[in-house]
Design a binder for this molecule. Structure first.
Ligand code: GAR
Length: 202
């Protein structure tokens, strides 16, 4: 199995979904490290509870973005990490961070990209009058929420939806989609993947 790490900034529910999926030895990735840029990220304790070492790298500890990223890269190299999942990591990564993981660094975003990149995606989807929204797993490039799409799941936008209600519905789909996308990336289980995508249509 590939040695993976997960980068988080917050509650880490997608991280938990990935760590739980990786308990199955047929999952193509074994997660050996979690990294957070926030010392108060709720996901840190959840990672430790699931037996994965979690380390904090706060941006303000370092003199520059380059130093911050290099410290994370050094840590990942020391852990022998070869594959990176961004899961609610709310920081734009630079080309020099991506380069050592080219093709092996992916992100999840709570919209049907290229629609609604960036923040406040759910409110923007509602305001645009969308009848569906969803989530996207994509390769990470230097642009924010850009990069080739690996997998997407669709959920309905319901009449009277608030951003919070839609976010919760999308987040449930994210948890399924992220493990499906990782499996797809490594070339297994396509038929099951496609069925999972339909299930997330509700
Ligand atoms: C998720 O909805 C994820 O897609 C989003 O932040 C949330 C993190 O939740 N990411 C982005 O908006 C990145 N542009 P989690 O910490 O519970 O996984």
């Amino acid at each position: 199995r590939k040695r993976g790490a997960i980068l988080i900034s917050g509650g880490g529910s997608n991280m938990v979904a990935l760590l739980e999926a990786a308990r199955d030895p047929s999952f193509p990735v074994e997660f050996v490290a979690v990294v957070s840029d926030k010392a108060n990220a709720g996901g840190l304790a959840k990672a430790e509870a699931l037996g994965v070492k979690a380390t904090v790298f706060e941006r303000r500890t370092y003199g520059s973005k380059a130093d911050h990223e290099q410290a994370i890269l050094d840590h990942l190299a020391a852990e022998g990490v070869e594959f990176l999942c961004l899961a609610g990591y709310m920081r734009l990564v630079s080309g020099s961070f991506i380069r050592p993981f080219e093709g092996r660094i992916i992100n999840i975003h709570p919209s049907l990209l290229p629609l609604f990149p960036g923040l406040h995606t759910h409110q923007r989807a509602i305001d645009a009058g969308m009848k569906v929204s969803g989530c996207t797993v994509h390769h990470v490039t230097e642009g924010m929420d850009e990069g080739p799409v690996i997998a997407q799941a669709v959920v309905p936008v319901l009449t009277g939806d608030t951003a919070e209600a839609l976010a919760a519905r999308v987040l449930t789909a994210e948890h399924k989609l992220y493990r499906t996308a990782v499996t797809r990336l490594f070339g297994a289980g396509t038929a099951t993947d496609d069925r999972q995508m339909l299930i997330s249509l509700g």
